[in-house]
Design a protein around this ligand. Structure first.
Ligand code: HEM
Ligand code: PLO
Length: 483
């Protein structure tokens, strides 16, 4: 069995006709943990059958890198499923669309629009700081109450993405914002979680509670998106680009002016709409989730919080607000964010990839059309790569002097890698840094005195969700004294 020739036969879970390997998976709602523990019996790379779909599960970083980077193009496909087809109108977005020339073009446009509008733009930093200030106001007003921070964090993050995408924002209690919260939760609860209807598409013909909820939520989302889109098209004037929506309209226009689109290379309105839907949805759900995980870990590890605050007091003080340019000054805060992204990866199984040709992983042959699940949870909890992987320890991301951040292992891929790498990494990191710096400069976050520490167990889905919990945000003495 020569390396890389793909001659070996991959071990597979036992499979029955029609249902495949579901007996081994049924009754385990935390799919990432189940796939992680199956390594004990089948090794780190194994196959299984979900209904009639052959699925390869990757649990080690060597194989993950081979799939994402070395053979990225061979594995750049996405599966079509019932729920993601509904979400993306048959794959007209970026995340759930399979590889095609049109997809490549679309991704390039979004990338250009994001760098034009978001990353590195002073305007964006200002927007984030404004939202951070408003978040701090709300926390101040709720002084010492046991507060569910989730809605406030979500509103802050949503407003950043809203400014970026649509040049608009929401005030507290805005009914449109409440509607958005509700539909987005419904989508996260039902889409792309390897549920039965995605494995057996024929189940659609039967009444299905989840599918009905997804459709209801998508109806609300579609109306909201359509309304923003129509407004933009009506008021769009080629020279001023107000936001990402305008930027997309403009890059489409100039691409068409340079050369009329070749057949099959036309970006329809639906493509733009679904693309904005992706940026908006990913922009809100991922960043909010990481903020919630960070707050939760700070409740469990008050010494980490204290160290972040000491570093801030020393390097920034209390006389001014944190800026993006302070990032190199605050390595411990950066390391804490990195550690949260390791120990609770937002996207524990990434989005499934599909092989576009006959290919191989390690010494094993992989047929065209196989679904490949990269288990990022396994990669981030591999004992061969991480010292006590279960332990929350930001220090592992710092050099000996504690001044620079680096990954102690190549087994770290919170944003994926290669052709399908996350498009929002820069944006997400800007927001995480600024929101946390602003909040921790002023407040100490504590578990309400009469309550047990909330659980660190996540809830598997298209993002790894945090269970609801309450926090006491206490204004720091130092801050009170300084102001
Ligand atoms: C894809 C992580 C924030 C937009 C992904 C993937 C991961 C990921 C693991 C899948 C890669 C794969 O399937 O191989 C994260 C994390 C975030 C974050 C950890 C926050 C800390 C964002 C934000 C945006 C965004 C803020 C919005 C701009 C996307 C898009 C894709 C994607 C559009 C699909 C890329 C493709 O399929 O080609 N992200 N993401 N993400 N992310 Fe993010
Ligand atoms: C989140 C709920 C929204 O209503 C719709 C949506 C769009 C894009 C999805 C996002 C959801 C979840 C996180 C995803 C993102 C695309 C890339 C990102 C899957 C379903 C990640 C982390 O891979």
């Amino acid at each position: 069995t020569g390396m890389g020739t793909g001659t070996g036969r991959l071990r597979s879970l036992p499979a029955l006709p029609l249902v495949g390997s579901l007996l081994q998976l049924a009754g385990h709602p935390q799919l990432h943990l189940r796939l992680w523990s199956l390594q004990g019996r089948y090794g780190s790379l194994y196959g299984l059958w979900m209904g009639s779909h052959y699925v390869v599960v990757v649990n080690s970083y060597q194989h993950a890198r081979e799939v994402l980077l070395k053979k990225g193009k061979a594995f750049a496909g996405r599966p079509r499923t019932v729920t993601t087809d509904l979400l993306s109108r048959g794959g007209k977005d970026i995340a759930f669309a399979s590889y095609s020339p049109l997809w490549k073009f679309q991704r390039k446009l979004v990338h250009a629009a994001l760098s034009m509008f978001g990353e590195g733009s002073v305007a964006l930093e200002k927007i984030i700081c404004q939202e951070a200030a408003s978040l701090c106001e709300t926390l101040s007003a709720a002084q010492d109450a046991a507060l569910d921070m989730a809605p406030e964090l979500t509103r802050a993050v949503t407003n950043v993405v809203c400014s970026l995408c649509f040049n608009s924002s929401y005030r507290r209690g805005d009914p449109e914002f409440e509607a958005m919260l509700e539909y987005s939760q419904g989508i996260v609860d039902t889409v792309a979680k390897e549920s039965l209807v995605d494995i057996f598409p024929w189940l659609q013909i039967f009444p299905n509670k989840d599918l009905a909820l997804l459709k209801k939520c998508l109806k609300v989302r579609d109306e909201l998106l359509q309304q923003k889109f129509t407004e933009h098209k009506e008021t769009f004037c080629g020279d001023t680009v107000r936001d990402l929506m305008d930027a997309l309209l403009q890059v489409r226009l100039s691409a068409e002016n340079n050369s009329p689109p070749a057949a099959g290379l036309e970006l329809t309105d639906d493509h733009l709409l679904m693309t904005v839907g992706d940026i908006f949805g990913a922009g809100v759900e991922t960043t909010t989730t990481v903020l919630k995980w960070t707050v939760l870990y700070l409740l469990h590890y008050p010494e980490v919080q204290r160290k972040i605050q000491e570093e801030m007091d020393q390097k920034i003080g209390l006389a001014r607000h944190p800026h993006l340019s302070d990032r190199p000054l605050l390595p411990y805060l950066e390391a804490t964010i990195s550690e949260v992204l390791r120990i609770r990866p937002v996207s524990p199984l990434l989005i499934p990839h599909v092989s576009l040709t006959d290919t191989s992983i390690g010494e094993y042959a992989i047929p065209k059309g196989a679904r490949v699940i990269i288990n990022l949870w396994s990669v981030h909890h591999d004992e061969k790569e991480w010292d006590k992987p279960e332990e929350f320890n930001p220090g592992r991301f710092l050099d000996e002097k504690g001044q620079h951040i680096h990954s102690p292992s190549p087994s770290y891929l919170p944003f994926g890698a290669g052709i399908r790498v996350c498009l929002g990494e820069v944006l997400a990191k800007m927001e995480l840094f600024l929101f946390l710096a602003w909040v921790l400069q002023r407040f100490t976050l504590e578990c309400p005195p009469d309550q047990p520490l909330p659980s660190l167990e996540g809830k598997f889905g298209v993002v790894l969700q945090v269970q609801k919990f309450r926090v006491k945000a206490r204004l720091r003495e130092a801050w009170r004294a300084a102001s």
